[in-house]
Write a protein that binds this ligand. Structure first.
Ligand code: B12
Length: 825
């Protein structure tokens, strides 16, 4: 069988761990395994051979750690060539081996000929923007180099594995698809919470990877087979391509200074084999596994063959961490990020004011939008650049899937490349030229298409005419291999004031398209009432009629009580709202029927979180709205609010809220980082203001730093700000500062006071080390410590001279130390 046939049929056996076997052969801790391709090729070959002899169909070249960010290109090339040579040699040497271990196992995948070589690609070791510094296209470029080198060496497939960030996974897959014709298998590393480090769920990953053309998808590393099984089952439920699994031999444990894995071959293989009848077809092992595990796995699977891969007919759109299914429960697509008829938004786009756009996104999310339409087409701007920027910024602050709404294919492509999920694509229509431009993009990047029922002759007057266009669009899409599940039709809402039959024809077309094509439907409902008074009254009734006719998603204004009320009520009346819970929650948000008297302090506005109030600032930090947080802080300070009060009452509680969400796994690193940035932009305003008002006299020198291994510096910056406010001359060494650097600064400045900050339990020992070093080498200096995880007791334990729970306490301690008082933590 060919590689692709065997992979689709299964069972298909991968190899197992490499690093732990190399350690047994003498690889030193910290030494890179890929170097051994050049220095110890015979040892690498022997391990590959053992895997082939144990029955692996696919053995991965030892290229996992080869990456242009770690090695120069010629070095990468030498290592990849040597790595592939090792597998080729192992394959030749194992040619005589039976490929299976028992006579009674002669099923699929046991032919000695069925031995393949994979190019192994792992993460680059750095985070992509906005989490880190690596640009998306830069990452694609690195992986492209590796793919071209591997393909030139004659590998049979590209195996992307152990990826814990969805955007980096996309970069690697896109690079593979753009630079070779080989099958690409993609495997992600999940945490025990069933999410990737940056928050992606199995369903989102399946949607985005299938869209980009992955030939198989699945999971590896991180956990043992038992813990990974529920994640594999979610993959099996969602995927229309083969699913793979490559677990660790359990969670690593350290015993007598050595890393050991506790799941033995028998249990390992039994747990994986149990998933074969459920559809698992590609399997192997990761850390801690050896050829013995693969042999045991082959025996445990025996002659069983997984059921055929069944195409899933679900229509979904996905962001990094949220998947929305269309066709069951009606979906709200927020329409407000569209400059048509919106002067303020048009101006914001022309000015490059993203804060306005981001605020619109959050407001719609808070009012129940499940997908956000993003249309930035405005005269005088580069639409492609702007769409790309809008997508990048929106996906950093909201996890709602986006609908990219543009008639410009170049803008569409730019947006789709950077979009971290499976986008909704609005739109294509029956015009040949438009289909020729849009379908190749959908084929390449994936996405769920919204197709408008119009063509070169315009919009048909009849429902039958619109259905005919829908059928032509479907036939054309099929030529590109775009399935029905990825197409939704928009039968076009026309204005009822211009044509009395407009609504009826649209609804007839909607029903016919749904019944005849089986596809879902979308309508931008607002247009129906154009030119009439009290538009929401008419619009909400039209929405209800469309929902009753089977509409899958409405592009509408979620901030309109009437429109949202219609949607919520429809769901309640059609048994989609258990105990009327959603309806009651919605009713709670409606304006009170009796007028509320605002308190003298403006309490009512505060509670409502109106713009410009501190509540607004707190919300802006929680939601990660950087520009907004800076603007609100500036305004609030200008109105006379004390800067430190603002930090204490708004910024810190907001960060605490985000931290709690992070701890409870409700929010993920990208949002945490956006909130930190928003806090910093507010903080910058406080700092600028305090520089204007600073008036106190010069006091002694203080050195401050966040300790080694810790990058949290917001608290330390506040401490610095307040100390400066009180006249101290502060030298700020920044974050992640080694003990020796702190000591050097204290000695150089002969500073009598030093302040250390640490926010993580893991970095508190670095603080202890720094205190000890200063006490030994600079006994004149008093060290005060602080940071969220520290306690007074711990400060005493590490012999710090003072502990401060907040920045004011830091000032009081510094004052005491400056006056020569002994420290008493
Ligand atoms: C913002 C933030 C981030 C930002 C930091 C940005 C920045 N420039 O600082 C980013 C996104 C980068 C980040 C990264 C990470 N974070 Co973080 N982060 C937070 C968060 C939400 C807020 C911290 C903060 O700024 N608080 C506000 C400030 C003002 O408070 P503060 O620092 O305590 O300072 C006050 C006092 O303590 C005192 N003080 C501070 N320093 C000093 C010094 C002296 C001398 C004195 C006297 C007083 C004093 O005065 C300050 C003002 O009142 C916290 C959750 C939380 N609520 O604490 C998690 C948190 C600290 N992070 C956490 C984690 C795990 C991480 C990551 C490992 C996540 C990851 N998986 O990558 C990384 C760590 C990377 C590293 N090596 O450091 C955990 C730590 C868990 C633990 N107990 O160890 C927390 C608690 C979240 C959680 N609940 O899980 N994080």
């Amino acid at each position: 069988m060919s590689f692709s046939e065997l992979m689709k049929t299964g069972p298909f056996f991968l190899d197992g761990g490499m690093g732990s076997l190399l350690q047994a052969e003498g690889l030193q801790p910290g030494e890179a395994p890929e170097i051994w391709n050049l220095t110890h090729p015979e040892k690498i070959t022997a391990i590959h051979r053992a895997y082939y002899e144990a029955g692996s169909n696919l053995v991965m070249a030892n290229t996992f750690g080869v990456h242009p960010l770690r090695y120069p290109p010629d070095e990468c090339e030498r290592m990849i060539r040597a790595a592939v040579d090792c597998v080729k040699k192992a394959r030749e040497e194992s040619a005589e081996s039976p490929g299976c271990v028992r006579d009674d196992i002669r099923g699929v995948g046991n032919d000695p000929e069925e031995k393949f070589i994979g190019l192994d690609m792992g993460p680059c070791g750095k985070l992509l923007k906005p989490l880190g510094t690596v640009d998306f296209e830069e990452a694609v470029g690195y992986y492209a180099q590796i793919v071209r080198m591997g393909a030139a060496c004659g590998v049979d497939c590209i195996f992307i594995e152990t990826m814990n960030d969805s955007q980096e996974t996309r970069a690697a897959l896109l690079a593979a698809k753009e630079n070779c014709d080989l099958p690409v298998l993609v495997s992600n590393a999940y945490g025990s919470d069933g999410k990737l480090m940056t928050g992606a769920s199995p369903e989102s990953m399946v949607a985005m990877l299938e869209g980009l053309g992955a030939d198989a998808v699945g999971v590896n590393c991180s956990l043992g087979p038992e813990a990974l099984a529920p994640i594999v089952e979610r993959y099996l439920a969602a995927a229309s391509v083969p699913v793979l699994m490559k677990p660790n031999a359990g969670l690593p444990e350290v015993k007598d200074g050595k890393t050991v894995y506790t799941v033995m071959p028998d249990a390992f293989s039994a747990q994986i084999a149990a998933l074969v009848p459920k559809g698992l077809r590609i399997m192997g092992g990761c850390c801690g596994t050896t050829p013995a595990y693969i042999r045991a796995l082959k025996e445990a699977v025996g002659n069983s063959v997984p059921p055929p891969v069944a195409p899933k007919r679900r229509t979904v759109v996905a962001s990094r961490s949220r998947t929305v299914e269309l066709g069951k429960d009606p979906v709200i697509i927020g329409e407000r990020i569209n400059p048509t008829g919106k002067k303020r938004l048009r101006q914001a786009l022309q000015d490059g004011d993203m804060a306005y756009l981001l605020n619109e996104a959050i407001a719609q999310e808070e009012h129940g939008a499940q997908v956000l339409d993003v249309n930035v087409g405005t005269p005088g701007i580069d639409e492609a650049e702007m769409l790309c920027r809008a997508v990048e910024e929106l996906q950093a602050i909201t996890d709602l899937p986006l609908q990219l709404d543009t008639a410009d294919p170049a803008a569409m492509e730019k947006g789709l490349r950077i979009y971290n999920g499976k986008a909704m694509i609005n739109s294509v229509n029956g015009k040949q030229e438009v289909m020729d431009a849009v379908f190749p993009l959908v084929k390449k990047y994936g996405g769920t298409l919204v197709a408008l029922t119009l063509d070169e002759a315009g919009i048909p007057q009849t429902a039958e005419g619109r259905l005919a266009i829908a059928e032509r669009i479907l036939a054309e899409a099929e030529k590109y291999g775009i399935g029905r599940k990825d197409i939704l039709f928009d039968p076009l809402t026309m204005t009822v004031s211009a044509d009395a039959s407009a609504a009826r024809v649209t609804l007839d077309a909607l029903r016919m398209i749904r019944e005849k094509t089986g596809c879902g439907t979308v309508l931008g409902v607002s247009n129906v009432s154009f030119g009439l008074p009290a538009r929401e009254v008419l619009g909400s009734v039209f929405l209800t009629m469309a929902l009753h006719t089977g509409l899958s998603a409405a592009i509408m204004n979620p901030l309109s009580d009437a429109m949202r009320g219609a949607m919520v009520s429809y769901r309640t009346l059609t048994e989609r709202d258990a105990n009327c819970g959603d309806y009651i929650r919605f009713a709670d948000t409606l304006p009170a029927r009796t007028p509320v008297t605002a308190s003298p302090a403006g309490g009512a506005a505060k509670a409502a979180g109106a713009e410009g109030t501190p509540q607004g600032l707190r919300r802006a930090v929680v939601k990660g709205l950087c520009g907004e947080a800076g603007r609100l802080a500036k305004e609030t300070l200008a109105s006379g609010r004390d800067g430190l009060d603002l930090i204490r009452q708004e910024i810190i509680p907001a960060l605490d809220e985000v931290g709690k969400g992070f701890e409870e796994k409700r929010i993920y690193l990208p949002q945490l980082m956006m909130s930190a940035e928003a806090a910093e932009s507010a903080f910058r305003e406080v700092k600028a203001r305090s520089a204007e008002t600073k008036s106190r006299k010069n006091r002694c020198r203080v050195v401050v730093a966040t300790v080694k291994g810790d990058v949290h510096d917001i608290g330390k910056n506040i401490v610095k700000l307040l100390l400066e406010n009180y006249g101290f001359e502060v030298t700020d060494l920044g974050k992640d500062v080694p003990p020796e650097t702190v000591l050097a600064a204290v000695e150089r400045m002969h500073a009598p006071v030093c302040g250390l900050s640490a926010l993580m339990t893991t970095t508190v020992p670095a603080m202890a080390e720094t205190v000890k070093l200063i006490h030994e080498k600079a006994p004149w200096c008093k060290v005060m410590v602080g940071g969220a995880v520290l306690t007074e007791d711990y400060a005493r334990e590490i012999s710090a001279d003072g502990y401060g729970r907040d920045a004011m306490a830091a000032v009081r301690l510094a004052e005491r130390f400056a006056e020569g008082e002994e420290g008493t933590p």
